[in-house]
Ligand binder design. Sequence first.
Ligand code: PLP
Length: 344
Amino acid sequence: MRSKTIRLDFRSDTVTRPTPQMRAAMAAAEVGDDVLGDDFTVKALETRLAAMFGKEAGLLLPTGTMANLAAIMCHCQRGEEYLCGNEAHTYLWEAGGAAVLGSVQPQPLPVRADGTIRIGDLHAAVKADDPHFAVTRLVTIENTFVGRILRPEYQDEVVGFARDRGLATHLDGARVFNAAVGLGVDVGRLAKGFDSVSVCLSKGLGAPLGSVLVGKAALIARARRWRKMLGGGMRQAGIVAAAGLHALDHHVERLAEDHANARALADGFSGTKGLTVTPPQSNMVFVDLAPDLATRLSEALPDRGIAASFWPGGRMRWVTHLDVDRVAVDEAIAAVREVAESRR
Ligand SMILES: Cc1ncc(COP(=O)(O)O)c(C=O)c1O
């Protein structure tokens, strides 16, 4: 529990509250028991997202973590492995779920500054057919990746590599709509060639929860069984799906505003003494700074009702979203400048 009242929360795009219109859509949703296959609002969301991503079927899950885990468990058997970036959500931020619950080993690989893994490194990481080794079965990438947008041509190279080596492909598309809006391409383009894609409704799209996994009908049928086993079968889930449908209607194009606000934050911070800003590509701004300045900011900003994320060693992250507008951005810039430029 935060002890101070935070008005402007830049920690993550997961902090958004559903808008009154989204809440109204949720309240009005037609619902049924989705585990029994009776919830038509859920089916509408799953069908719509599958079509948008050029896939046969979709499955609503409570979280992105569960969607990624179910996908990995569909692609890999016990004792097999998946290739991923060493900062990937599927490796670093999912509590080791694939290893613990799937008995599937991650093979993390270095990620370059632009968020890509070298195709040569992917090739080199595929294990030989030797009983000493886990069987390499899957490659997963993420777009956006820690705020960076991967280009469709790079994704094609990863898909080409996987085809050459007989591997399956999974795209962690928690923020794939940010990538699509940033690139000015259709989300279907970013799903091209992938066997499965997980899409979060609860990040930039502003829904309170929910992720949808899309892929071939047979894969989604297997994922439905894993979802049940993982405890993720939800009953009157149309309430959640209605928020997702509302988000698809109203919160996709506006992601461009979040990206513009991230650029405004970055510009505002750039002129400030002691801050080294990485130009943002989507809705995340990373700033390197001396550890003592980071401590001062992390202590002073909450007093002004502002929150950002701080990492040890002097790094902070600011994420723009539905609940922070340009006025909030300007206030944040002014507060950061004031603290950074004040004498101790
Ligand atoms: C890239 C990425 N993938 C997956 C997830 C998992 O989503 P959830 O928090 O809904 O489990 C996140 C969460 O922040 C994420 O950033």
